[in-house]
Design a protein around this ligand. Structure first.
Ligand code: FMN
Length: 258
């Protein structure tokens, strides 16, 4: 048991190191001319909601230094709803697509990502957003639209249970859940991909912190959750696999007005 603990710690520390000069070198699928995977998950045919990019009216703070200095994790909210333009702003600032390369292999977004692979998808558990019925939504980053997926029965409790009993997460106006599609980054970086993908997640959530601060909202990054329960809420399978279509939850954050 003690040996297992140590072996796992060593394995996980190794994952944090760069293997550009050490470790086995595996040819990547990009070099092998394997077609690039999709740059974003397509819509499933549900109702789509238009989002805006006209943000002028909602931004309260523009001074980047003040935004950085004032940023804290918020776990208490006023309980007021967010507006759809505010939610549009948060989605744009965290995963908005500014440019797509001509061969549709890369997206350039409002966040940096190793090799511009951008392997994350954004799901929203909406409780209180004006103009949106409560339920689960997927951000269609390429179109800057939301797609309504389904109503989750007893959503606040289900979310709280899956996210380590954190009631403030289950009950916030809206909770962001970021899933990774690992093959998007593995296609280029094989075994180096996993370190890069975790770093990518940090950038996304930090942008959410800063964007919230700019519009009078607050957020709290959430790393404590039950993998199987959180995946199951989105209909995803947590089993170990190297399948190209594999997708699972990596990080989350709840948002409310403060
Ligand atoms: C990767 C990560 C995971 C976190 N997970 C949780 C969490 O599950 N629950 C929680 O209440 N806060 C969580 N936090 C927030 C931290 O507790 C918080 O950032 C830290 O206490 C510093 O406080 P500050 O953000 O207000 O500066 C997480 C933060 C990060 C970066």
């Amino acid at each position: 048991m003690e040996n297992d603990r140590e072996k796992r710690i060593i394995d996980h520390r190794e994952m944090m190191k760069t293997h550009i000069t050490q470790g086995p070198h595996f040819e990547n699928d990009m070099q092998r001319k394997v077609p690039a995977p999709l740059i974003a998950k397509p819509a499933k045919g549900g109702k789509q909601i238009e989002l805006t990019k006209a943000f002028d009216g909602i931004i309260k703070k523009r001074d980047i230094l003040a935004i950085l200095e004032d940023r804290i994790s918020h776990r208490k909210y006023t309980g007021e709803a967010l507006t759809l333009p505010e939610l549009s702003f948060l989605l744009w600032m965290t995963q908005g697509v500014r440019k797509i390369d001509p061969k549709c292999k890369y997206t350039f977004r409002t966040v940096p990502s190793a090799g511009a692979r951008n392997p994350y998808e954004t799901y929203l558990f909406v409780n209180d957003v004006e103009g949106l019925e409560p339920g689960v939504y997927h951000y269609l980053a390429l179109e800057h639209k939301l797609e309504f997926l389904f109503v989750l029965e007893d959503q606040k409790n289900e979310l709280t249970k899956a996210y380590a009993g954190q009631t403030f997460f289950g009950e916030a106006a809206v909770s962001f859940v970021w899933t990774v599609v690992p093959y998007r980054t593995e296609w280029r970086y094989v075994t180096k991909a996993h370190k890069y993908m975790l770093i990518d997640a940090g950038h996304i959530c930090e942008n959410l912190y800063l964007a919230c601060e700019a519009i009078g909202c607050g957020t709290c990054g959430i790393g404590a959750y039950d993998q199987v329960m959180a995946d199951a809420l989105l209909g995803l399978d947590s089993s170990p696999t190297s399948d190209e279509n594999n997708e699972f939850v990596v990080y989350a954050a709840c948002v409310g007005r403060v």
